[in-house]
Design a protein around this ligand. Structure first.
Ligand code: BDR
Ligand code: CA
Length: 325
């Protein structure tokens, strides 16, 4: 039995790898894709999602999400992901149709179609999920589980000094989601930077993606190689060396397999008013708040095993999935 997954993403280089993984993993079945503004503005994200879905033969509904964050001014990360979101890669102009529902409605409909079975996966800002919770407050009870890439707990940020991108873009949405999911039967799983930054793609990893493109001959593999080159260039320009932290695929693989990391319960809140720390995810490690844990944070990541798994799933999957005409 494959796991139905609704993914909400701001594609985005690492989102593109995660989408490819979801499209080809035999244990996952995409129930829908929601495009969220983040790495690039929402129309560019949506174009990427439609184009990648076409390349990968994904037939799940794809809806355009909200035009802007709930409260914050929109921001994008063109330096990190390139002006169109996929680094140096170019993708064909998509021809497939946008689902007429907005992102929030697609979340709600997918949850009702798969009550108790749907895995929600947020790989970008939480705006659409926060809007979906306004439409359907029972959403936390309808999902099997929620997994999010977001936050930096006792770890430096990658956007502000203490804030991580997906939370920093729409802190109010992230806070509303965290609060709403305290009522969920199982705690949301949060893959924050201290977990995802254990994954370091090196030159060797990049070359293995090149091998993948040659061995499978699938155009999606070439898109990933060209996108990754930009990601490496960005990380180098940011002072981190010739490597790339690839966040979203780890959270995705853990959501699908339950493997490659452990989880640890923690009370977490989003700082909304700090003049220096807005968007920080504050984790109460010593229990000073006296509150029940409300998230399970990813810990004890096994990055090398994860990278091998990722490459193996993509190699098998892209060799089998039909090439677009
Ligand atoms: C997150 O921010 C985005 O740039 C990436 O796609 C990832 O989801 C990492 O902070
Ligand atoms: Ca992302």
């Amino acid at each position: 039995m494959s796991l139905p997954v609704l993914v909400d993403c701001d594609t985005g280089i690492d989102d593109a790898i995660a989408l490819t993984y979801l499209a080809v993993h035999p244990g996952a079945r995409l129930a829908g894709i929601v495009s969220t503004g983040g790495n690039v503005e929402v129309d560019a994200v949506h174009r990427n999602n439609l184009a990648l879905a076409e390349l990968l033969g994904i037939d799940a509904p794809i809806s355009r999400g909200a035009q802007r964050p709930l409260v914050a001014e929109p921001m994008t990360a063109d330096d990190t992901h390139g002006p169109h979101g996929l680094g140096h890669a170019s993708v064909p102009e998509p021809t497939r149709a946008t689902d007429p529902r907005d992102g929030a409605k697609l979340w709600v409909d997918a949850a009702h179609e798969h009550p108790g079975e749907l895995v929600g996966l947020v790989l970008g800002p939480h705006t659409n999920l926060a809007l979906a919770l306004e439409l359907e407050p029972e959403l936390p009870q309808l999902l099997k589980r929620l997994h999010v890439m977001g936050g930096a707990i006792n770890h430096r940020g990658n956007t502000g000094p203490t804030s991580e991108w997906n939370i920093a873009v729409d802190p109010e949405a992230a806070q509303q989601v965290i609060q709403a999911f305290t009522a969920a039967p199982s705690r949301p799983v949060m893959g924050s930077l201290e977990a995802t930054e254990t994954v370091r793609f090196t030159q060797d990893t990049l070359e293995r993606f090149g091998d993948l493109a040659r061995s499978t001959g699938h155009p999606m593999a070439t898109v990933l190689v060209d996108a990754l080159r930009w990601y490496f260039e960005f990380h180098e320009a940011d002072g981190l060396g010739w490597m790339a932290h690839v966040h979203d695929p780890l959270v995705t693989a853990h959501a699908v397999t339950g493997d490659f990391a452990r989880t640890s319960p923690l009370a977490v809140d989003v700082e909304l008013v700090g003049t220096l720390t807005r968007g920080q995810t504050v984790g109460d490690v010593l229990g000073r708040w006296g509150r029940e844990p409300n998230v399970d944070v990813l810990t004890d990541v096994r990055p090398a095993e994860f990278v091998e798994h990722l490459l193996a799933v993509l190699a098998d999957g892209l060799a089998q999935v039909a090439r677009p005409c």
